[in-house]
Design a protein around this ligand. Structure first.
Ligand code: FES
Length: 134
C-alpha cells in the first residue's frame, strides 16, 4: 500500500449536522471523525453522542439491522437509513432531519412507530363497526 492510498483510507470523515428544536432556528455543527469510527452513518452519530456531544438527538432501535426503520434522515439531500449508509474516508456530508416531517429535536422527526402504522393498515376488529348487531 502506498502512502497516498494509506492517507486516503484514513482521511477524516466530516459530518455537518443540522440541529435545532421544533420550529425553532436551525444551526449546524461540524464533527470530524476517524473513518474507523464511522463504518455507517449511525455508527458515526453514536460515536459523536458517546465521545463528543451527548446532546445530539437522533433515533434508532435495531442498530444496523435495517429492521426498525427508525433511523431515517437525509444525507446530502437523499432520504436514507443511517444504519445502512456507508461513509467514505475523506468525504464531507450534510446530515439533516427528514424535511417533510415535523422536527422534534436535531435529527428526530415525527414518524409514526411501526405499531401505529400497522394499526392504520389493519383496523382493530373490536373497534370496527358492523351491521351484525343491528
Ligand atoms: S437502526 Fe433500525 S433500521 Fe436503522
Amino acid at each position: 500500500m502506498t502512502n497516498s492510498t494509506h492517507d486516503a483510507m484514513h482521511a477524516m470523515v466530516v459530518l455537518t449536522i443540522h440541529r435545532g428544536v421544533g420550529d425553532g432556528p436551525t444551526y449546524t455543527e461540524q464533527y470530524e471523525l476517524s473513518p474507523e469510527n464511522t463504518p455507517s452513518l449511525l455508527d458515526g452519530l453514536r460515536w459523536i453522542h458517546r465521545n463528543v456531544d451527548d446532546t445530539l438527538a437522533f433515533r434508532y432501535s435495531c442498530i444496523n439491522a435495517n429492521a426498525c426503520k427508525e433511523c431515517m434522515l437525509e444525507l446530502d439531500g437523499e432520504v436514507v437509513y443511517a444504519c445502512m449508509e456507508r461513509l467514505k474516508p475523506g468525504h464531507r456530508y450534510n446530515v439533516k432531519p427528514l424535511s417533510n416531517k415535523a422536527r422534534f429535536r436535531d435529527l428526530i422527526t415525527q414518524i409514526a412507530p411501526a405499531k401505529e402504522q400497522l394499526q392504520t393498515s389493519y383496523p382493530n376488529p373490536d373497534t370496527t363497526a358492523t351491521d351484525d348487531k343491528a
